[in-house]
Design a protein around this ligand. Structure first.
Ligand code: NDP
Length: 450
């Protein structure tokens, strides 16, 4: 954008630019619209950021890699999937962000996730750039050996683009400790180097304590901060959580620990409703069901004699709703149902789980709303701490990492207050977007037009 047009920068003009380049990436457009809605008004009042080319560079990845992933299934059939790594922004440090294995993965989805990661990683205060990647491979349908062969083939190509100092991937949907282990093993074999090229590793080979729990725990630490702001706490609150993967199960764990009653969890088949609340023993069953047996959530309903329903859990009465499954899982109608049932607080464990219309409904009704780039930043924060421990060849205790995580989530909340303070309370979207933007923008301006 020429300098003389910078005064006229609008959300629409940025979106026009993005859409003209990539018309078929609705999730990416949605993420850009949400971020620009906060930072364009800020830029208009802060001349320093009317910097030529800054916004164009901010919405264009530094590099996007797309590659073929050939592998062989257990019946000897040759299969081909598509792999992606979008290295969006390295102004603050090596690219950092997870890998997602799901049939829903495409370039637009990976770009939206990598774009969100820029601001999230900046908010953690750690030296982390932003990237994201994955494949349209569906691990749910596959045997252990097929998953290992797929991960090895994926890394056969990805290893050229990652290293402990350039790009450090982690897990996301469909990529947990098992997949990270196979990816790490193949990287080590290809390069003959044992380095911290991935985070979310097993504790036996360089993983950080608390990384598995970090996103879910961090989410609840953030929710507690949001509630404290209103002189409330999680004690005795009813909580509905979507998903039953890594983020959801550890969100449930910490919610119970902080005195809340978790009455629902879900998977793509439906949700369970346990009005008495999931206790520690039931949660252990769920962890075994999901992580070891890789079963379905309806089995919980059969085991403990509670209801299972198809669809989404947002129809249930609750004080707090924590979407921890996937993008756009709370529609306008879902939001209106939650508001009708007097929900007090929504905080995102997943990335972009609320549609634009749902967010508007929460704002209009005055419902507390925590956007994912702030509320789910605990995972990448502990990944950053894993990188530090790997670099030092040292391992911190669970308590040390937990203390760091609590401090980071509090600091993120403080930054949201600093930049999002309004007469009516904290505007968390505005606060998170502006605080995240300032640090990245300062670094990008300092580093020149690269
Ligand atoms: P997992 O693969 O461990 O779990 C995902 C869960 O969400 C599963 O229960 C899955 O059910 C459910 N799910 C996925 N897609 C859908 C869908 N379309 N409809 C309904 N349910 C669905 O992933 P994570 O827990 O790691 O990630 C969950 C979310 O959190 C994602 O948005 C991710 O980007 C975000 N996130 C994750 C972080 C991490 O550290 N892992 C960090 C920050 C954000 P099923 O098994 O039936 O598919």
């Amino acid at each position: 954008m020429p300098v003389n047009e910078l005064d006229n920068l609008t959300v629409e003009s940025v979106l026009e630019l993005v859409k003209s380049r990539d018309p078929d990436q609705p999730e990416f457009h949605q993420a850009v619209r949400e971020v620009m809605g906060s930072i364009i008004p800020y830029i208009q009042n802060h001349d320093k950021y009317k910097h030529p080319g800054l916004i164009e560079r901010l919405v264009e990845p530094e590099r996007s890699v797309i590659f073929r992933v050939p592998w062989e299934d257990d019946n000897g059939n040759y299969r081909v999937n598509r792999g992606f790594r979008v290295q969006f922004n390295s102004a603050l440090g090596p690219y950092k962000g997870g890998l997602r294995f799901s049939p829903t993965v495409n370039l637009g989805v990976v770009k939206f996730l990598a774009f969100e990661q820029i601001f999230k990683n900046s908010l953690t205060g750690l030296p982390l750039g932003a990237g994201k990647g994955g494949s349209d491979f569906d691990p749910k349908e596959r045997s252990e050996n097929e998953i290992m062969r797929f991960c090895q083939s994926f890394m056969n190509e990805l290893y050229r683009f990652v290293s402990k100092d350039t790009d450090v991937p982690a897990g996301d949907i469909g990529v947990g400790e098992r997949e990270v282990g196979y990816l790490f093993g193949q990287y080590k074999r290809l390069t003959a180097q044992f380095t911290g090229v991935l985070t979310g590793k097993g504790l036996a080979y360089g993983g950080s304590k608390l990384r598995t729990q970090a996103t879910g725990y961090g989410l609840l630490y953030f929710v507690e901060e949001m509630l404290n702001e209103k002189n409330e706490s999680l004690e005795n609150k009813s909580v509905v959580i979507s998903g039953s993967g890594n983020v959801a199960l550890f969100a449930c764990d910490k919610a119970i620990d902080l005195g809340a009653r978790v009455i629902a969890l879900s998977d793509s088949g439906g949700f369970i409703h346990d009005p008495e609340g999931i206790n520690a023993e039931k949660l252990e069953y769920l962890k075994e069901l999901k992580n070891v047996r890789r079963g379905r959530i309806h089995e919980y309903a059969e085991k403990f004699g509670v209801d299972f329903n198809e669809g989404k859990p947002w129809v249930l009465d609750c004080n707090i709703a924590l979407p921890c499954a996937t993008e756009n899982e709370i529609s306008k109608d879902d939001a209106e149902t939650l508001i009708h049932n007097d929900v007090q607080c929504i905080a995102e464990g997943a990335n972009m789980p609320c549609t634009d219309e749902a967010i508007t409904a929460f704002y209009r009704s005055g419902t507390l709303y925590g956007p994912g780039k702030a509320s789910n930043a605990g995972g990448v924060a502990v990944s950053g701490l894993e990188m530090t421990q790997n670099a030092k060849r040292y391992s911190w205790s669970f308590e040390d990492v937990d203390d760091h995580l609590i401090n980071i989530m509090k600091t993120i909340h403080d930054k949201c207050r600093e930049y999002g303070d309004e007469n009516t309370g904290i505007d968390y979207i505005k606060g998170a977007n502006i605080a995240g933007f300032i640090k990245v923008a300062d670094a990008m301006i300092a580093q020149g037009n690269v």
